[in-house]
Design a protein around this ligand. Structure first.
Ligand SMILES: [Cu+2]
Length: 195
């Protein structure tokens, strides 16, 4: 008997009918894939749970306000978050502040003559009654204009948000990584290593 034949004979599923053996092998592969997927999910979920933070004012909940690290010399940045409204009437995000920033505006992205532009939202961003709205890249955002210093990854920046009905609330933005396409600027934030 040659080596291959012997190996076949001693393989785990070799005594089973061929189709059943094939099925068992496939199930085993799928189980391993599922286990890896589950592990990845657990890691991702825990990371998100650690990062999650929220603020409340009246019926409005502000979930995970975040912004991006800025390269040295940048004058503007944008803030993002999810706004939930547990109330029975709509409210509007109309303004805010951020430490070290001259001016905060509420912006939206829109197509104009085939070009994506951003502009202030007239009347603010609506948070529908018993609904939610997400400020995210390419959509609604809080615009920080006139940065006195760069926003550094891993830090938190204090500010406020003002709603038409619910009023003003203190929030804290988490500073996430700089966008990948401009990560070359990030080295400016490395601590100096002198003697
Ligand atoms: Cu903007």
């Amino acid at each position: 008997m040659n080596f291959v034949a012997r190996a076949r004979q001693t393989a785990p599923y070799s005594r089973l009918p061929a189709p059943l053996a094939r099925l068992l092998r496939r199930l085993y592969v799928e189980e391993v894939v599922a286990a890896f997927a589950f592990a990845a999910f657990v890691v991702t979920f825990s990371a998100q749970a650690l990062l999650a933070h929220e603020f409340k004012v009246g019926p409005i909940e502000i979930d995970h306000p975040w912004t991006r690290a800025t390269p040295d010399g940048a004058n503007v940045a944008a803030g993002y978050m999810t706004l939930k409204n547990a109330g029975h009437s709509a409210d509007h995000l109309v303004g805010g502040t951020l430490d070290g920033v001259q001016k905060v505006e509420i912006h939206e992205m829109a197509m104009k003559d085939g070009v994506m532009i951003m502009r202030p939202v007239t009347g603010g961003v609506e948070i529908p009654a018993s609904g939610s709205v997400t400020l995210k890249p390419g959509s609604y955002h809080v615009m920080f204009i006139g940065l006195s210093q760069p926003l550094k990854q891993g830090t938190k920046v204090n500010g406020t948000l003002t709603f038409e009905k619910a009023g003003t609330v203190q929030v804290q933005y988490v500073v996430d990584a700089l966008a990948a396409q401009s990560s070359g600027h990030d080295h400016g934030n490395m601590p100096a290593t002198g003697k």
